[in-house]
Design a protein around this ligand. Structure first.
Ligand code: ATP
Length: 643
């Protein structure tokens, strides 16, 4: 980084200190990022741009800064995830707005889209060939941000017309290639290959560089400062994933003191720690040999991060940082009964499970998924939930993330109390013997659980690692021991019309994993057996509105040819007998082999509406599954090509 410091031209033209950043300056950075796949170059481009923006943001603007809006537009969000204001406008509405704004027929726009595969480019070309009487006033970043927010917030009867109206106004003001990115932002994805983790590092680097004097310092010292800054911002952001709070603090005081100012805070959900799959108890013991570890029941419900805020209110967040307090009014009522008087504020990590009040038994996940998601009233609830708490992340003003699990667990048990049919601690066993783990696994399944979570209990390896899929948490799922060790969560991106009785619905589906590096969806298998007529009809109704004309530019399709394509939104959990290299599908291509990897005999398990499409199983995980199966000697190396 430091050696190439001057290699990339700085985008510093076009606005003065304290002025709004021209949208064209951001778009020019997007173009340069899109033109390269080199991660370091992307980092450098973004750092330089953020640096210029940050330098011209005056401290007084910190809360309302250009930098904040620039960062949000780069990650294509408008606020922290948990506030639930999202873009993702459907293709039909966008086509309508582009047609009306540029005076072209929708059929022409669709035709261009089929050729181009990118509605952003179609909008740009339509706009640039449109005769204009006078040059429109240049768009600025705050103006675009504000209009996108209005679009995302529009609800109710007249909202479609309102959205089209604002989109038309924005498009009419676009110059050069701006329309391409406005439309991609509206679609919900920029497709420039900019990963969120790169952005965090670029932000940190820009702030470190901004805080340095003009005097040259030796390369190694600069590199160390940049690395240290990146580590600080990464760790702070994983505890407090809210740029509305982190960026003003960065602009104000730099990376020094950031840890003091921005800490885990009840009310702001942190990204949950995730587990690695394992195929056998032996694998668990290999990993944890000689270490202190614990096995907990792996409850089959929905992850619930429960917060008690200083003001006494309770908030429940999903795995996805969505605020679920309105979905679980019963949980919000129940939790206070489990709190001892010593507790003023907390964050616990737990699983909400459907529960039968009469038999006092856990119910399967399917029962939980029958609950309504919106406007739930406690008196209408038929499926009760029971909370099983397994971790305490924050207590009475103090973050516990860096404490050992043993200590966090002790604090959890000290400050909370079980309440029959409502609240309990995850059942655990600290035994280290193979036989006892085996017996505990059997018992967990008998009690309606999926298997075990095995966790490092002591040492520095047992801290809570937000957002990380960690080797210090292993999942051991009973059902999957004979398969690949875990299920996969895949995005439905296409479908094939049914045959015979099923001609009016889709009979089979094309699934994809998500490659986090390229930010592309990659086809992995066709799935078409084991569906009931009822399920196929439901799926048809759910997926039909998501149909798109052509596969999007961020779909790597291999040679799959479904009858229809979908916006990538719906995630399904799927089991497979094994994985094989495939000339047809694109999943994880280039990681193991130039061919992709596909699933053999995939079987649908459930809809994962707690996961968004970009949280689907990653290409890297797919390649890990494949590799483990090859090293275990069970898999096929050759190209079956999937179902
Ligand atoms: P991943 O979170 O690894 O992507 P996933 O969301 O598909 O996978 P699982 O494979 O079922 O979920 O495993 C992890 C999930 O198990 C957690 O997110 C949590 O919801 C649930 N869970 C149940 N019991 C526990 C427990 N005792 N400790 C941690 N997680 C648990």
């Amino acid at each position: 980084f430091t050696k190439n410091h001057k290699a990339v031209p700085v985008a510093d033209k076009g606005w003065k200190d304290g002025e709004a950043v021209p949208y064209a300056a951001l778009v020019s950075t997007f173009e340069k990022i899109e033109a390269t796949t080199k991660r370091l170059e992307i980092l450098e481009l973004l750092t330089q741009f953020f640096l210029v923006v940050a330098k011209r943001d005056t401290a007084k603007q910190a809360k309302d800064s250009n930098l904040l809006k620039v960062v949000y537009l780069c990650i294509n969000r408008l606020c922290p995830d948990y506030m639930g204001i999202e873009l993702g406008i459907g293709e039909t509405l966008l086509i309508k707005a582009i047609a009306e704004s540029t005076g072209r027929a929708t059929t022409k726009i669709k035709e261009d889209l089929r050729k181009e595969g990118d509605l952003g480019k179609v909008a740009m070309n339509s706009r640039n060939t449109q005769p204009t009487m006078f040059k429109p006033k240049a768009l600025t970043v705050p103006y675009v941000f504000q209009n996108l927010t209005e679009i995302a917030k529009a609800t109710g009867n007249a909202s479609q017309a309102k959205k089209v109206g604002i989109i038309k106004k924005l498009l009419a003001a676009c110059q050069g290639n701006e329309a391409k990115f406005i439309v991609r932002s509206l679609e919900g994805k920029l497709r420039i290959g900019l990963a969120d983790k790169t952005l965090v590092v670029a932000l940190a680097h820009a702030i470190v560089l901004k805080g340095m004097s003009e005097k040259k310092i030796p390369h190694d010292q600069l590199a160390a400062k940049l690395e240290e800054g990146a580590e600080i911002v990464k760790s702070v952001y994983s505890e407090l994933p809210n740029y509305d709070l982190v960026i003003p603090a960065l602009l104000d005081t730099g990376v020094e003191g950031l840890k003091e100012r921005c800490k885990l805070t009840p009310g702001v959900p942190l990204k949950p720690m995730l587990a690695k799959p394992t195929k056998a108890i032996g694998e668990v013991l290999d990993r944890f040999e000689g270490k202190e570890f614990t096995c907990e029941y792996k409850y089959d419900g929905e992850r619930a991060q429960v917060h008690l805020l200083e003001d006494g209110s309770i908030a429940v967040f999903s795995r996805n940082s969505e605020n679920m307090s309105a979905k679980y009014p019963d949980l919000v009522e129940q939790v206070p009964r489990a709190i001892k008087p010593t507790v003023k504020s907390f964050v616990i990590d737990a699983e909400a499970v459907a529960f039968d009040l009469e038999t006092k038994k856990i119910l399967p996940f399917q029962d939980l998924s029958r609950r309504k998601r919106k406007d739930v009233k406690t008196e209408d609830i038929t499926v009760r939930v029971h909370l099983f708490a397994f971790d305490l992340l924050y207590l009475n003003g103090e973050s516990l993330l860096t404490k050992e699990l043993k200590e966090r667990r002790a604090l959890l048990q000290e400050h909370f109390q079980p309440v029959e049919s409502e609240f309990a601690f995850a059942k655990s066993s600290d035994s280290q013997s193979t036989e006892e783990i085996g017996a505990f696994l059997e018992e967990s399944v008998k009690d309606g659980c999926e298997g075990l979570m095995v966790k490092m209990l002591a040492s520095s390896n047992s801290t809570y690692e937000p957002s990380r899929r960690s080797m210090n948490w292993l999942k051991l799922k009973k059902d999957y021991l004979s398969g690949v060790g875990d299920s996969l969560d895949l995005v439905v991106i296409g479908a094939y019309y049914g045959k015979g009785k099923r001609t009016n619905v889709y009979g089979a589906f094309l699934l994809a994993c998500y490659d986090q590096d390229s930010e592309n969806y990659q086809t992995i298998c066709k799935i078409g057996t084991g569906f009931s007529e009822e399920f196929l009809l439901e799926s048809y109704n759910l997926l039909k509105p998501l149909e798109i004309e052509v596969p999007r530019g961020d779909m790597e399709i291999g040679s799959a040819k479904p009858d229809v394509w979908f916006e990538p939104k719906i995630v399904w959990e799927v089991l497979t007998a094994d994985l094989s290299l495939s000339p047809v599908y694109a999943a994880a291509h280039g990681l193991i082999d130039s061919r992709g990897i596909s699933l053999r005999f995939p079987r649908f398990i459930k809809i994962r509406d707690d996961k968004s499409a970009d949280e689907a199983t990653s290409a890297e995980q797919v390649s890990e599954f494949y590799q483990r199966q090859v090293t275990a000697g069970g898999g096929k190396k050759g190209g079956g090509g999937g179902e």
